[in-house]
Design a protein around this ligand. Structure first.
Ligand code: EPZ
Length: 418
């Protein structure tokens, strides 16, 4: 198993180009099932989750090829309607197969994805919505079997929670349904807007994306498209915090500053110097930062996917701070590992209380999930001495060329292949 070795204490300096968004590219790849015409998707990051999705779509019957950061799909004729456990368990986003296949084949059998380290992650919101669109659903042998003998019909759907995945799944189902679908309490993330823009390029009629009310008028057929995936705002936030935590000076290129407003506003309030231009963000540490409390919320609130990285920064600022995780039920996984660096953190239900410490000392640590892994790398960059990060396959799911980008910024970091 590969490991990452970090010799901390170096200030990051220079430029980093942000990759395309994992969480935008994934639903867009599933959207290619909605058409038999060729498609071209550019700015696709090179990640394990992208490779997993491409293998999955190939299994289903879509001819799909990735060369560099461009994915092309070709006309396909016959799709399988079964998504097996050994594929779905690798990546929860596989559940996005349901919308397109239910819509095209009127049936789909998907292995229940199961939970993951950050929570049980049920799919009740997805299934309730598919029922409203006319699907019959049964759970047998660990599979969710979904069938819409007369095809899907538009409906009014009111989400109990602004679920990102459920909003995407229903978008993917409703665009070819008969009649109008209205989603109330839809998720507003930029990745939802990117997917909806692709669907409209294909000939769909989607309005209201980026707001809590999305209206979809069903159409009969969807066409091929060319699309460039938006930049990854979570990767960008990770590098901004890396610059802050190492007291460095970094310019991020190919970003959308407005996608990071709440994070950058918090960092400016803490004393970090941030300049936002059209597609770049320049970050400079100029003085000791003041701790800031955050609570995670759906977009445009503070992103849960930046919570672990934020936690590490707060651990090294003098003073107290609090983080409340309101999106997932078990997302304080890096706490125990951060305590090995010397962090002073206590968990109290959905809240962690942090007392800043002078410094971290490098330590051997283990990654539990993607964003907790990013937090441990940040801790290693700031720590004195050597840090050895294991189980880094979690990181390879969501960070494109992590060590190469950090090394270019001056970090003492390398990967060893065991
Ligand atoms: C997406 O996951 C992202 N993944 C996650 O990023 C991100 O953390 C999350 O949205 C929240 O922003 C992708 O886009 C591939 P949700 P998703 O449905 O769609 C509960 C990363 O690190 N819920 O908005 O699964 C759920 O348990 C990943 O890149 C239900 O209860 O998130 C959770 O507590 C991690 N029932 C909350 O809602 C449902 O049917 C948010 O889930 C669906 C969700």
């Amino acid at each position: 198993m590969d490991k990452i070795i970090i010799h901390g204490g170096k200030k990051l300096k220079g430029e980093v180009v942000i990759s395309g968004s994992k969480n935008s590219a994934l639903p867009i790849l599933f959207a290619t099932l909605l058409t038999d015409e060729p498609t071209t998707i550019t700015n696709v990051p090179s990640l394990v989750d992208i490779d997993t999705t491409i293998a999955f779509l190939n299994f289903i019957g879509k001819k799909i090829v990735k060369k560099g950061n461009t994915v092309k799909t070709y006309s396909s004729y016959k799709y399988k309607h079964i998504a097996p456990y050994d594929l779905v368990r690798k990546m929860r986003a596989s559940i996005l197969i349901m919308g397109p296949l239910l819509s095209r084949l009127k049936k789909v059998d998907v292995s229940l994805p199961g939970g993951c380290s950050i929570g049980a992650r049920p799919i009740d919101i997805h299934l309730d919505a598919f029922k409203k669109l006319g699907a019959e659903i049964s759970v047998e042998g660990g599979y969710v079997k979904t069938f819409a003998k007369d095809g899907l019909k538009g409906a009014k759907i009111d989400f109990r929670f602004q679920s990102v995945g459920a909003t995407e799944n229903i978008l993917l189902a409703a665009v070819l349904a008969k009649g109008k679908t209205t989603i109330i309490n839809a998720a507003c993330e930029p990745e939802i807007e990117d997917l909806a823009n692709v669907l409209n390029k294909m000939g769909a009629k989607v309005a209201g994306m980026g707001t809590k009310k999305i209206v979809i008028e069903g159409v009969d057929v969807l066409h091929g498209f060319k699309h460039e995936v938006i930049p990854d705002r979570i990767e960008a936030a990770t590098y901004i915090i890396a610059a802050a935590i190492t007291k460095g000076e970094v310019t991020l290129k190919k970003v959308v500053p407005r996608h990071l407003k709440v994070v950058n506003d918090k960092l400016k309030k803490s004393g970090l110097c941030i300049k936002e231009m059209e597609d770049t963000i320049s970050v400079k540490w100029v003085k000791n930062l003041k701790p800031q409390n955050v609570k995670t919320e759906v977009y445009p609130g503070f992103p849960t996917d930046v919570q672990a990285q934020w936690m590490v920064l707060m651990c090294l600022l003098s003073g107290k701070s609090q983080i409340e995780e309101l999106v997932f039920e078990n997302r304080f996984l890096p706490v125990a590992e951060l305590q090995r660096f010397g962090a002073d953190i206590t968990i109290n239900g959905k809240v962690v209380n942090i007392k800043g410490v002078e410094k971290f000392s490098g330590a051997p640590v283990m990654v539990s999930d993607l964003r907790a892994g990013a937090a441990l790398v940040l801790a290693g960059l700031a720590a004195e001495g050597k840090t050895v990060v294991s189980r880094i396959y979690h990181l390879d799911r969501g960070y494109d060329m992590l060590e190469e980008k950090l090394k270019k910024l001056g970090a003492g970091i390398r990967r060893i292949h065991n």
